[in-house]
Design a binder for this molecule. Structure first.
Ligand code: NAD
Ligand code: UD1
Length: 335
């Protein structure tokens, strides 16, 4: 079976490409490398000894996309390509709406022209915004609080409308919680540009001495220790969720929506403690003011994915921190 993975050179895409190759799929990747390096794919191929067909192209280039679909015969698409930084999306909304929406529309039009009608889409827990209750189930109301989150929700709606217009489509909307960790080989992992926005890459860069200390955004939330609580999920568990989602699409379910999380929440302090235990390195930190837009507690109810996909996140927080550290310590400058 031939799968096209858009954004496959990125953090989640590279881990997912590896899982698909190891499961026996043929993998083609399209990525414009705006937030990744081709080295990630070279390493994926080294790990599993299998080849990826790679196109360095932009989803905004419909002619190039069309050519790729003409040259190949895809059975399904796993769609990761998009911009994902919340703060940047507030500063540059048009960039985000254009890249994420136009890129997706081009992709869908191309898929329709070439009669490829199975797609797994990378949505995000960010569509729930500041959730009314935790744990979060899929039917909870969606109210994203920034342009990035709105692109995710708009794409979900576009995909639902597409299905209404043509029930031959099969579509999985996967709402990821907080992916962290890296492949246990330490050869691929998260390699953010500049100063990281997210907690684990920031901690990892403090641990290797690239950053002096962690700023903890708020210690007065109504949580176990006052710091924010999130549902961290190992990126390899998340990648495996995509395999299960595609298997589900092969049974022609129409549109399905799943939370991919562990169902457990950890505070910033708990994560620091786990990382210190995993790495043997002390992480200096300072408390600072809350980050605008942050919620106190966000964690999934993953029951639907557990039962419907027969998928459950397996790896615990200590393993996530060990694998993050294994990647970061062997690749202090990233790829
Ligand atoms: P990433 O930035 O590492 O990967 C995205 C990839 O898409 C990059 O390799 C980038 O170069 C590519 N890309 C972006 N725009 C493109 C375009 N127009 N044409 C071709 N390639 C393009 O991000 P990631 O963390 O691997 O996330 C993958 C997907 O999952 C994204 O859609 C993201 O919004 C979503 N997501 C991520 C998280 C997270 O915490 N990492 C959480 C929820 C959802
Ligand atoms: C962020 C995004 C969200 C996205 C998610 C996964 C924002 C506002 N939200 O969520 O849209 O879906 O990543 O990619 O950016 N923290 C610190 N210090 C830091 C970094 C983080 O204390 O330097 C805290 C945060 O306040 C939060 C927790 O660590 O409580 C996790 O933060 P982060 O990794 O940025 O993820 P989210 O806030 O869940």
């Amino acid at each position: 079976m031939n799968v096209l993975i858009t954004g496959g050179a990125g953090y989640i895409g590279s881990h997912t490409s590896l899982e698909f190759l190891q499961a026996g799929y043929n993998v083609t990747v399209i990525d414009n490398l705006c937030n990744s390096k081709q080295e990630s794919l070279i390493r994926v191929q080294e790990i599993c000894g299998k080849d990826i067909t790679f196109y360095q192209n932009d989803l905004l280039d419909s002619a190039a996309l069309d050519k790729i679909f003409k040259q190949n015969s895809f059975d399904a698409v796993i769609h990761f390509a998009g911009l994902k930084a919340v703060g940047e999306s507030v500063e540059k909304p048009l960039l985000y709406y254009n890249n994420n929406l136009t890129g997706t529309l081009n992709l869908l039009e191309c898929m329709q022209r070439h009669n490829v009608k199975k797609i797994v889409f990378s949505s995000s827990a960010t569509v729930y915004g500041n959730p009314l209750k935790v744990p979060i189930t899929e039917e909870l109301s969606t109210q994203p609080t920034n342009p990035y989150g709105r692109t995710k929700l708009m794409i979900e709606d576009i995909l639902k409308d597409l299905y209404i217009s043509d029930p031959d489509w099969d579509i999985a909307l996967l709402r990821y919680f907080n992916p962290i960790g890296a492949h246990h080989s330490g050869k691929i992992g998260e390699d953010p540009n500049g100063i990281p926005n997210n907690l684990l890459p920031y901690i990892a860069q403090v641990a290797v001495g690239k950053l002096p200390h962690l700023n903890i955004f708020g210690n007065d939330y109504p949580t176990i220790d006052g710091t924010g609580v999130r549902d961290y999920i190992h990126v390899v568990d998340l990648a495996k969720g995509h395999l299960k989602a595609l298997e589900k699409l092969l049974t022609s379910p129409g549109v399905v929506t799943y939370n991919l999380g562990t169902g457990k929440g950890y505070s910033v302090i708990e994560i620091i403690e786990a990382f210190q235990q995993a790495s043997g390195i002390e992480i200096p930190y300072k408390f600072t003011h809350r980050r605008a837009g942050d919620a106190a507690e966000i964690y999934a109810d993953p029951t639907l994915a557990n039962t419907d996909l027969k998928w459950t996140a397996q790896k615990d927080v200590l393993t996530m921190c060990k694998d993050t550290w294994n990647w970061q310590s062997h690749n202090p400058q990233g790829y």
